[in-house]
Design a protein around this ligand. Structure first.
Ligand code: GDP
Length: 347
């Protein structure tokens, strides 16, 4: 809020009216080039996809237009969330999975969400190098995302990137997040199948799995099974899973893999397919309806934050309310209620 106010008031200083502010924000991308970008994205043009993702990140006005225009092209991709502690081998595993699906002729999107990279700086580059041989494949699109500097936060930015990939006829999208509560991305809301990755010797991390991601995993993978005895980790996960009820008839599977040697990878691919079939068979109308509701609520929140509130902040009425709060004549909640009331009375 403080940031939004600062940004809007800076814009207001330069450009006095809201109409001008819209033009200012959209100056980076004209209507005709946006239209061309949308068309090229639907045709899976990688450069257009990357450009559209950047525009979406930086321009809230264009973002709404982009997501609205692309919506009818979405809903076809299969989205797999890959989560787990750092170092478990998620990136390596995704690179291997991507190779498997590429051999079957599918196009791939990889979205790596890295909440720590703002501190380490080098992690994003590391991901790219490890996925190096995939990066030159025109049917593989890789996007690394850092938390820093995102309008609307990493969760929204991740969903936007996934939607753009989906609209661009990407068959499989892998979203990598750091699990155990360290990521603010609600991977369950984005992905159809969630793979939780861990590795032998990460004892503490397996304990940490209990704190949240045990419930969301459809498939548990004990990676690095080439290195140490993976069976005790498998046993530990199995015993934790016996405590939970199967979700919609699916009992989570526990697999062993070695992303380095490729062992167990075909079984993982098969299990993802089994889970996808299971979802298709048990898919209820209800689930679609709930998803649609969530999407509308999300869109409403974003519309409010990105458009409505920005517009209101630049009005003299808002400045007046701010001055009242500043002098402690009214409290911020009363001011907020007045702001909301003013929306209702606007034409
Ligand atoms: P992430 O942080 O979960 O994405 O993990 P990475 O994919 O970056 O892997 C961390 C380290 O483990 C890297 O040095 C990988 O080469 C290594 N690694 C990944 N998978 C395996 C595996 O199956 N076996 C072994 N021995 N090492 C692996």
């Amino acid at each position: 809020m403080a940031f939004a106010f600062k940004a809007a008031s800076e814009g207001f200083m330069r450009i006095p009216s809201f109409a001008c502010e819209v033009r200012y924000l959209n100056k980076a991308i004209s209507r005709s080039s946006l239209k061309a970008l949308l068309q090229k994205t639907v045709d899976h043009d990688r450069r257009a996809m990357a450009r559209l993702m950047s525009v979406t990140e930086n321009d809230p006005y264009a973002r709404i237009k982009i997501l609205a225009a692309l919506y009818k092209h979405t809903g076809r991709a299969y989205i797999v969330g890959i989560t787990g502690p750092p170092g478990a081998g998620k990136s390596t595993l995704i690179a291997e999975l991507a190779k498997h699906y590429r051999q079957k002729g599918y196009s791939i999107g990889i979205v790596a969400v890295d909440p720590t990279s703002q501190l380490t700086g080098g992690a994003l580059l590391g991901d790219r190098i490890r996925m190096g041989d995939l990066a030159s494949d025109t049917k593989v699109f890789i996007r690394s995302m850092a938390t820093r500097g995102r309008v609307g936060g990493i969760a929204h930015a991740t969903e936007d990137v996934v939607r753009i990939l989906d609209a661009a006829s990407t068959d499989y999208i892998f979203v990598e997040t750091v699990g155990a509560g360290q990521s603010d991305v609600d991977i369950k809301a984005i992905a159809q199948t969630i793979v939780v990755v861990t590795a032998p010797g990460l004892g503490d991390e397996i304990q940490a799995l209990k704190a949240g991601i045990m419930e969301i995993g459809d498939i548990f993978v004990v990676n690095k099974s080439d290195r140490e005895d993976p069976d005790s980790a498998v046993q530990e996960i199995r015993s934790m899973l016996t405590l939970s009820e199967p979700t919609e008839g699916w009992r989570p599977r526990v697999l062993k893999t070695s992303a380095l040697s490729g062992e167990g990878m075909s079984t993982l691919v098969e299990t993802i397919t089994q889970h996808a079939h299971h979802l298709k068979q048990t898919h209820k109308q209800e689930t679609d309806s709930l998803k649609a509701r969530r999407e509308i609520v999300d869109a409403a929140k974003r519309y409010f934050e990105d458009i409505t509130l920005r517009e209101l902040i630049s009005t003299p009425e808002f400045a007046e309310l701010a001055s009242l709060v500043e002098r402690r004549k009214i409290d911020p909640y009363t001011a907020a209620r007045r702001v909301l009331q003013s929306i209702r009375t606007r034409k």
